[in-house]
Design a protein around this ligand. Sequence first.
Ligand SMILES: Nc1ncnc2c1ncn2[C@@H]1O[C@H](COP(=O)(O)OP(=O)(O)O)[C@@H](O)[C@H]1O
Ligand SMILES: [Mg+2]
Length: 256
Amino acid sequence: MNAIWPLGPSVKRLTTAGGAMLYNAALARNFNPAWFEPGFWAQRGELAGAALGRGTTHFVRGAGHDWVLRHYRRGGVAARLSEDRYLWRSEQRTRPFAEWALTHRLHRAGLPVPVPVAARYVRDGRAYRGDIITERLAPTWSLVEALRIDALSLLTWVSIGRCIRRFHDLGVCHADLNAHNVLLGEEGVYLVDFDRCRLRADGLWRDGNLVRLRRSLDKIAYGLPAERFTDADWHALLGGYRQPPVPPADAAAQRT
Ligand SMILES: Nc1ncnc2c1ncn2[C@@H]1O[C@H](COP(=O)(O)OP(=O)(O)O)[C@@H](O)[C@H]1O
Ligand SMILES: [Mg+2]
């Protein structure tokens, strides 16, 4: 198992009815598949809201856990064909296990991502359904939520650019780099939602990611006061992106 998922000793894989799950036993001991069901948390009074969007992301909060539970669901036209069933190919290629593996790896590499708690798939003939649980990053606001309230400082835009650059330097091509998937917190900038993301050799996909984010920002800015997202903001982001990364030795010296 660990040959396929070199995820560290605390990661467990369990076969469940019709499928399998992965969980991090250091974060959730005796993880129970029922924990993937929003109804389970609703009964305990521990559902703490849902994220805006497709309506399949729930926040669950109780003693010792503050998690985000997401059911994989399609958006757009594909949703009309099949809402939440995906074609089975192999365990590693299921959306939840692939997202788990990449997010876990990024977290261990020190990148600002949510810590994965658990992931599962349930097979249904030639298809499967899937869910993932991550630790909630809090307090954070998505870039969309933040812009609806106020303009951001140029320094914040610079740090968003710098954050994206760190992922790109590791080869992380984000499949959906939009303003909902950039979170801002007191401790800095995070990226979320690594569904369908891949590690890739350098290429034009880097620009593609930035263009997608720009389009998303333009869409959100439409209808907001003009000063919420300006050319200067975008250039600050690009400036942060283009800054050469700080080598580890210099970073240590800067901290002292
Ligand atoms: N770990 C997390 N901590 C805090 N907020 C999160 C976390 N994961 C997701 N969110 C919020 O939930 C939203 C939806 O989650 P996401 O993973 O992007 O799913 P999708 O875009 O497929 O619906 C995000 O845009 C973000 O605002
Ligand atoms: Mg998203």
